[in-house]
Each structure stands twice: as C-alpha cells, then as structure tokens.
Write a protein that binds this ligand. Sequence first.
Ligand code: G
Ligand code: G
Ligand code: MN
Ligand code: NA
Length: 254
Amino acid sequence: LNLEHGLRKALKKNELFLVYQPQVQFHTRKIAGVEALLRWNKDSEGIISPGEFIPIAEDTGMILPIGEWVLKNACMQGSKWHQNGFDDLLISVNISVRQLLEESFVDRVESILIETHFPASSLELEITESTTMESMEETLPVLNRLREKGIRISIDDFGTGYSSLTYLRQLPVDTLKIDKMFIDDILTDPKAGAIAKTIIDMGHNLSFHVIAEGIESCKQIDFLLEQGCMYGQGYHLFKPLQPEELEKYLQENM
Ligand code: G
Ligand code: G
Ligand code: MN
Ligand code: NA
C-alpha cells in the first residue's frame, strides 16, 4: 500500500528514470541495441527495482501512464543518439501485456514516434512469453498492427512460458530472447545447454534473431557462439548504464 501510494506520485515528482543495457554482437563487440530498464529513485528508500514495483503498477493500472512515460523517454533518448550519429542503434522497451491490451496502444506508440522523430524500425517492443501467450487471441492482432507500422517485436524470457509451436508459427516476431535461467546453466547442465541450442536452431529456422540474456562469463559466450547464437546481453558484457555513460562509450568506441 505504501509502494502504491508512492508510485502514484513518482511520475509527478520525477523519481523515475531509465538505464540502458547494451545488446552486443559477440564477434564484433558492436552494440546493436540497448534495452531501456526502468528505475525508481524513491526519496526515502533509494533505488527500487522494477521487479518490486511493476507488479503493483500492473495491478493498479499505474502501468499505463508509467509505460507511456517509459516509451516516450526511451524514444526521445534514442532520437538524440541517432542525431549524434549512432543512427543504427535499436532501442528495446519492455511492455506489459496490460499496455498491449489497451485500446489506444498502437495509436499512442505511433504518436510518440512522430513526436520524438524516432523511426519505427529502430524501436523494438519486448513482451514476455508467458503473459502474451495467455491472451494470444487479444494480443495477436495488436502485435500484427505494430509490426505493420514497422515496429520490431521481441519475445522476452523465451523458454519460461509455453509457446506452442502453432503460436510461434503465427507470431509476428523479430527476436527471441533466451531466458537467463537457461544461460545460467548452459555450462554445467547439459540439458540447459541442449535447450539453449534447440531454441537457437528453432529461432533461426523460423528466421528470428536470437539473443541470449544474463551472460555473466566469457565461457558462456564461447558456448553460444559454437551453437550459432551471435547476440547477447548481460553483466559480463555491460551492466545497465546511465544514458551519459552509454553515450560516452559510443563516442569513444564506435
Ligand atoms: O532491470 P531489472 O532486472 O531490475 O528488471 C526487472 C524486471 O522488470 C524485468 O523483468 C524487466 O523486464 C522489468 N522491467 C524493467 N523495465 C521495465 C519497464 O519499463 N516496463 C515494464 N513493463 N517492465 C520493465
Ligand atoms: O525480464 P527482463 O529480461 O526484461 O529482465 C532484464 C533484467 O535482467 C534487467 O533488470 C537487468 O538488470 C537484469 N540483468 C541483465 N543482465 C544480467 C546479468 O548478467 N545477470 C543478472 N543477474 N541480471 C541481469
Ligand atoms: Mn526485457
Ligand atoms: Na528476461
């Protein structure tokens, strides 16, 4: 209840901010995109992780204004980076299914793109596998409309939900993100390794990009490269960065 109360004021009090975690092409070390991750700087308690407050925001409906704020700020930031010369950088934004199911969602995304001068083809929306599959009949037409506008769709936490192969065939999707749970164990549990390999092969056979999340060692990268996975995200590569830190890195290295 305390969090709920604080969350209602967080937007007004300017307590929310975004950090950006790079998504890297392994063999070139090039930053292909960045995932915007929400943080809440709550006056009395320091930085609160979205794992704690997103569920409350979803239950209370606060996710709608907050999600809109996230999209707009991520697109504004992306637009600034594009203007500064990094114009092939993709921006990934996490979207709750509650947002997707809001009637005006597609129109709102489109207005934000126009307002921020950010190209649809540089925006990727991450939706989690489990929640999207649960309401496939409602989400599928929305995903189709987004994709018709040129917006990219990524399935987050892939492997933890249960996408039937029937759905995968119909899904208008660009990217599968292999869940950290499998990546954690690929070197120690042959079954986790086999599942990762299966997701990589299946994703590529269906013409999806495949990215591994939660990479914490270079041995994991070696394993993934051997299996044909070329992109990853994780603390071993980059922690989520403040926009100024990321910009500095891009200017010095790319
Ligand atoms: O950054 P961190 O690992 O603390 O994120 C925890 C969870 O919060 C992750 O599942 C992530 O997808 C989710 N998350 C982070 N930022 C956002 C956001 O802007 N919107 C939504 N809906 N979820 C987010
Ligand atoms: O559910 P989603 O994939 O959006 O969650 C991303 C979250 O995972 C972010 O909050 C980010 O802080 C966290 N994260 C990113 N890379 C790593 C990593 O290598 N290890 C761990 N433990 N968490 C990570
Ligand atoms: Mn994500
Ligand atoms: Na994830």
